[in-house]
Each structure stands twice: as structure tokens, then as C-alpha cells.
Design a protein around this ligand. Structure first.
Ligand code: PLP
Length: 378
């Protein structure tokens, strides 16, 4: 059996499991309690925050822990839109964002905001020029993802930040897919808000963070207790937060080695498919896209059928993002890249891990070859 859906979620690293179980059983205190047991929980929470801030090159107070990227994206976008509405009601995003971004913008449109959805080219790139053209005096927020979760396109976040440097607009980026694949230095990146979630880098699900650069205007959304310096109420999930810190440490220590392996596996996969003369086309750019994502268009078969046969033979992959799978709707990312085209429905995302082997890849290629031959004989 081969799991190749690591962009949807990863397994939890054994070191992370040990960290979490130790905190759950030995440090169960509520970080808001002032007694000894509470202070012990607070210590673990503070240490995790410091560790994460150091890795990302941020200040500990700039880290707001959340329940994952969906919450972080909601907080970033609504937070800026509501807080800065007196300065303007124009917002900019791209047409290839994750739904936890797009659906928030759609909601804000209903509330009277004006949203520009930037187009992308056939490789999935937003160009800085289109952003320049879209920017207005009353633009208060630009939210453009760093690495795309379907095709792996990496946007020029540094150039966008540069452009926005002397503009009032706050810059948010969803960096979920980049963690563990690219070094992230938030100070030099010059973004105001950055989203990440632990379950994409061998941490647990249901925990993430929003980096909020000092002085960024943000209306906090979750009200209640004074946790996270009154920015996100609710008792902190200390065990998962410390697990996320451990996972981030492991993932960033391993970037170089892991990327080399992933690039090798991607090339090996392409070579294997070519050696079987299977017709396919790559969605996204081979050389600059995230190393763990390979999105392929197969013109010879219905994707739902392909996914079912692959599943029956122990190959676990997705078409498009996991959220839209199940309903065979065209991928909004591929539609933005190619317009109306069969490939928006007939593409599969393979997302690999450094834990995988060449044999795993060969097995996937062989199963695709069998489906191709079956289709030819039908
Ligand atoms: N943003 C991107 C780019 C993603 O790939 C995902 C994962 O599905 C999310 C946001 C949502 O993350 P979470 O499941 O932590 O809410």
C-alpha cells in the first residue's frame, strides 16, 4: 500500500507523538491557573512559543496559536477587513487560494467589501504587475498564498511584500504548504500575517498558528478569556502546541535532505510514466514548484474511476484539493490556470514524502500503467 497524499495530511512523526503524550500525561495544567501545576503548563506553552518564534525568525509575542490554517486564514482576513474598514473596503486575493481563504472573501463581498481575484498564468503564477494594476488607494488587504496546495506553484512573496512596502494594505500569505520544503524567515520575508498548520509537516491535526507582525491592525475574532494576550480566547492545547513546535523543528532541520529526496522521487515518477508510454501532462512548473507536489493530467481516463481503481490497489491519492474531492467538480485552481478544459476534471495530485522509496513510486506508476492498458482495451 502506498499513501501519496501528503499535501492533504501527513502521519505524525514518532518524536512528535512522544512529545505530545509526555505533555498530556505529565504537564496537564491549565496555563491560566496561577498555582504550581498551571505554571508548569504555562512553562511548556512559553517554551513552545519561543522555539517556534526562533525557527521562523519572529518574536514570541507575534505568534498566535489557533486550531489550524482555516482558523488562521479566517482570523487574518476578517481581522484586517473589519479593523481597517475605515481606511477602505477593497481587498485583493488570487483565484487559486484554498477555500479557507476564498470562502471568507466571498462572505466579505456579501458584507459590502469589494474583492479583486487576481488571475494566474498557465503555470499558476500571479504576476506582480497584475497586482500593481489592481492596487488602489482604498485597498486594505492583499492575501496571496505562498505555495499552492494543488499544483505546488510558489509565488514571489518577497516581491509582493516589496511592492506593498509603501502601501497601506496589510499583506497576508497562507504558507501552509511551504513548511518543511522552504526555509521560512518571517523578518526577511516582510509579510504582516503568515498562516501555518501542524498536520502538513508531521504534526497533529487541529493546531496551527497565525504570525501577526507587531502593530498589524487586526480585530480578534474569538472572544472569551484572556489567552494569547487577549487575541484568541480558549484554553490552549498545550500538548499539541508543543507537538507542533517539535514537528517544526524536525521539518526545518530536514529541509535540504528532504527536498533533494523529493525532487529525486518526482523525477523518478515522471521517468517511470514516460518509460511506460503513458500519456500525461504536468500541471505547474517542474523546476520551481514545491518538491512534494506532482499534479498530472491524464487524458485517457475518467479521474473518479482512476482514483477508485488506485484505491482498490492500495494507492491513496487525491484529485485537486481534498475538500472538493468526492464531488467531481472541476478544480478551481486548474480552471484559473487553463480555463474550461478537460484537465480541470482529469488531473490527479500526487504528493510525496521524504519517507517514501523508489519502490513506492514504481508501484504507483505500475498501477497507472495497468489502468491505461485497461482503457486502451475497452
Ligand atoms: N491552506 C492550505 C494551502 C491548505 O493546503 C490547507 C489544508 O487543507 C488549509 C489551508 C487548511 O488547513 P487546516 O486543515 O489546518 O484548516
Amino acid at each position: 500500500k502506498v499513501y501519496a497524499d501528503y499535501a492533504a495530511t501527513t502521519n505524525v512523526a514518532p518524536e512528535v507523538v512522544s512529545e505530545i503524550t509526555e505533555v498530556l500525561s505529565d504537564h496537564f495544567g491549565n496555563a491560566s491557573s496561577i498555582h504550581h501545576i498551571g505554571r508548569d503548563g504555562r512553562r511548556i506553552l512559553d517554551q513552545s512559543r519561543m522555539k517556534i518564534a526562533k525557527i521562523l525568525n519572529a518574536s514570541p509575542r507575534e505568534i498566535v496559536f489557533t486550531s489550524g490554517a482555516t482558523e488562521s486564514n479566517n482570523l487574518a482576513i476578517k481581522g484586517v477587513a473589519y479593523q481597517n474598514q475605515h481606511k477602505g473596503k477593497h481587498l485583493i486575493t488570487s483565484s487559486i487560494e484554498h477555500h479557507s481563504v476564498l470562502h471568507v472573501f466571498e462572505q466579505l463581498e456579501k458584507e459590502g467589501y469589494e474583492v479583486t481575484y487576481l488571475p494566474v498564468d498557465a503555470q499558476g503564477f500571479v504576476t506582480v504587475d497584475t497586482l500593481k494594476d489592481a492596487l488602489r488607494k482604498d485597498t486594505i488587504l492583499v492575501s496571496i498564498m505562498f505555495g499552492n496546495n494543488e499544483v505546488g506553484t510558489v509565488q514571489s512573496v518577497d516581491e509582493i511584500a516589496e511592492l506593498l512596502d509603501d502601501h497601506q494594505a496589510v499583506f497576508h500569505t497562507d504558507g501552509v504548504q511551504t513548511i518543511g520544503h522552504m526555509p521560512i524567515d518571517l523578518k526577511s520575508l516582510k509579510v504582516d500575517l503568515f498562516t501555518l498548520t501542524a498536520h502538513k509537516f508531521y504534526g497533529p491535526k487541529g493546531v496551527g498558528l497565525l504570525y501577526v507582525k507587531d502593530k498589524t491592525p487586526l480585530q480578534f475574532q474569538q472572544l472569551g478569556g484572556a489567552q494569547e494576550i487577549k487575541r484568541r480566547a480558549g484554553t490552549e492545547n498545550i500538548a499539541y502546541i508543543s507537538g507542533m513546535a517539535k514537528a517544526l523543528e524536525l521539518a526545518t532541520d530536514n529541509i535540504e535532505q528532504s527536498s533533494l529526496k523529493l525532487i529525486h522521487l518526482k523525477q523518478h515518477f515522471i521517468n517511470a510514466l514516460q518509460s511506460y508510454d503513458i500519456p500525461f501532462e504536468l500541471n505547474g512548473d517542474m523546476n520551481t514548484s514545491l518538491p512534494h507536489i506532482t499534479n498530472l493530467y491524464f487524458p485517457f481516463s475518467d479521474v473518479e474511476k482512476m482514483l477508485t481503481i488506485l484505491d482498490m490497489n492500495g494507492v491513496f491519492v487525491s484529485s485537486g484539493s481534498a475538500c472538493t474531492a468526492g464531488s467531481i467538480e472541476p478544480s478551481h485552481v486548474l480552471t484559473a490556470m487553463f480555463g474550461e478544459h478537460p484537465r480541470t476534471k482529469q488531473s490527479i495530485r500526487f504528493s510525496f514524502s521524504h519517507q517514501m522509496t523508489e519502490e513506492d513510486i514504481d508501484y504507483i506508476a505500475l498501477q497507472i500503467k495497468k489502468i491505461y492498458e485497461m482503457n486502451r482495451n475497452e
